[in-house]
Write a protein that binds this ligand. Structure first.
Ligand code: SF4
Ligand code: SF4
Length: 139
C-alpha cells in the first residue's frame, strides 16, 4: 500500500508573518548530542548516520509526499552531513503539534539550531506534516 499525502506540505510559499521554517543545524555545532533525543519527530541524526522516514514515526513502506517525491519509509537514506548533527527537513515540523517552541534550539548550548530559509512552510503545513508522520498517513 502506498501512503499518499495530497495536502500542501513541503510547498514553498511566499514568506509572510504567518510562515514558519524547518530548523537547520549550522557548522557551529559542537556535536554534543543534546538535541537529538529531544526531537519529537526523530528528525535529528548524528553526522554520518543514515536516516529513515520510519524512524520515530508511523510511516512505513511506500510513501508519496505532496511534492510528488516518493520514498520507502523503511529504506535508509544517505546522511545530510558527515561531520555534524543534522536535521532532515522533511521530518522537522518546528515541533508544531508537540511543543510551543523548537526543542533542539531550546537545548542547544551554542545556539546553532536556526530557521532554514530554504524550507519555508505555513503553520498549517507543519501541522499537516506532523499528522502525516504520526497517523500513518491517515489524514
Ligand atoms: Fe525536531 Fe523540533 Fe528541532 Fe524540528 S524543531 S528538528 S521537530 S526538535
Ligand atoms: Fe550540535 Fe547544538 Fe545539537 Fe549539540 S545541541 S549536537 S551543538 S546542534
Amino acid at each position: 500500500m502506498v501512503t499518499t499525502f495530497l495536502g500542501c506540505i513541503f510547498a514553498k510559499v511566499t514568506q509572510t508573518k504567518e510562515n514558519h521554517m524547518a530548523i537547520i543545524i549550522t557548522d557551529e555545532c559542537i556535536n554534543c548530542g543534546a538535541c537529538e533525543p529531544e526531537c519529537p519527530n526523530t528528525a535529528i541524526y548524528e553526522g554520518a548516520d543514515g536516516w529513515k522516514y520510519a524512524d520515530g514515526t508511523d510511516l512505513k513502506g511506500a510513501i508519496v509526499l505532496s511534492n510528488g517525491k516518493t520514498a520507502n519509509a523503511d529504506e535508509e537514506q544517505a546522511p545530510v552531513s558527515d561531520e555534524i548533527y543534522y536535521i532532515v527537513a522533511d521530518k522537522c515540523t518546528e515541533c508544531k503539534g508537540f511543543h510551543e517552541e523548537p526543542q533542539c534550539a531550546a537545548v542547544c548550548p551554542v545556539d546553532c539550531c536556526v530557521p532554514d530559509e530554504n524550507h519555508i512552510e505555513t503553520e498549517e503545513a507543519l501541522l499537516a506534516k506532523q499528522r502525516f508522520m504520526h497517523t500513518g498517513g491517515d489524514v
